[in-house]
Design a protein around this ligand. Sequence first.
Ligand code: SAM
Ligand code: SF4
Ligand code: SF4
Length: 346
Amino acid sequence: MSESDRLTDSLNRPLHDLRVSVTDRCNFRCTYCMPRDVFGKGYKFLRQNQLLSFEEIARLVRLFAQFGVSKLRLTGGEPLLRKDIESLISMLADIAGIDDIAMTTNASLITKDRARTLRDAGLQRLNISLDALDNDIYHQMNDVNIPLKKVLDGIEFANNAGFSSIKVNMVVQKGVNDQDILPMVRYFRGTGVILRFIEFMDVGNHNQWNLDQVLTAREILEVIQAEFPVETKQASYPGEVAKKWEFSDGAGEIGIISSISQPFCGDCSRARLSAIGELFTCLFASSGFDLRNLVRADQTDEEIAQKLMQIWSARSDRYSEVRFSSENIGRPPGTSQKVEMSYIGG
Ligand code: SAM
Ligand code: SF4
Ligand code: SF4
């Protein structure tokens, strides 16, 4: 695709990345994402026939690739709960123009064999969520009884399976797990795993988000610098979400994702496809565009591609930049509900 064919939105941002949520279910109940009092026994998750099939996902990805999408991320819910996700990965890896396939997972289902089958299917990179090394804090945050050791083993299996990058994401909530920042740095530096800190975000409607619980990127960096000298590292490509630092002694790098204190909407080239087939053009959107209906209504590829072009061309989202200027803080301007993170993926 030449530069002149590249699809851009109303703020001149190209479409590069597509995050595909393959399920809204999860085996964790992280308090900042799927609090148990909302996502408990009575919660109505999507039924199997409501989910996009692998063929439907692959067809849509093929159309997205025509418009410049080259990077895919599989997410959820917990993507490893979707049966035979390896088949989907293989189908996606065969699509012309797709050159990077990653997954975000809580790693609780990664065994030695699973790490290898995922890699063999064509998964290139893994982002693993881990919020603490202290057993009690870990369980307090994910609200399930899955042993921490299982997740640490999963990370090690992944690290030995030949993925091109393994990152560990830690959501930092002030007063909850900030005391684990340094233990996490000590544990992962020098291992080849890149540790990234994520400011606690006001996603969804149920996580009781409060600005007082946000430890800002600057504060996180100060905690790290108190023990480890680090130097700023250049971004690898425009639109990279994390700001990066290298340890001065050469023991690797860390990243910080500062959606709250230093928003990065100006370079945002990400679209999100929900498990039910809705397209969201922002993590904080209140509604999506129903693509599943188009796919199941026998629309031609050209007709669906036309729709994608219309949606992206009209996009003007920049929620994180206007978060504190909107009348109703924590809500997209003019709306009352945001989509849940577990529904569209991180
Ligand atoms: N279940 C998988 C996992 O946890 O890695 C994938 C889906 S999860 C929704 C994707 C990412 O969103 C995770 O790294 C999680 O920590 C992050 N996340 C969820 N809620 C968040 C919040 N309120 N603030 C910041 N990050 C959040
Ligand atoms: Fe599940 Fe991931 Fe949300 Fe935790 S952050 S509840 S692991 S989807
Ligand atoms: Fe992109 Fe929306 Fe996040 Fe801004 S708030 S970076 S537009 S997803």
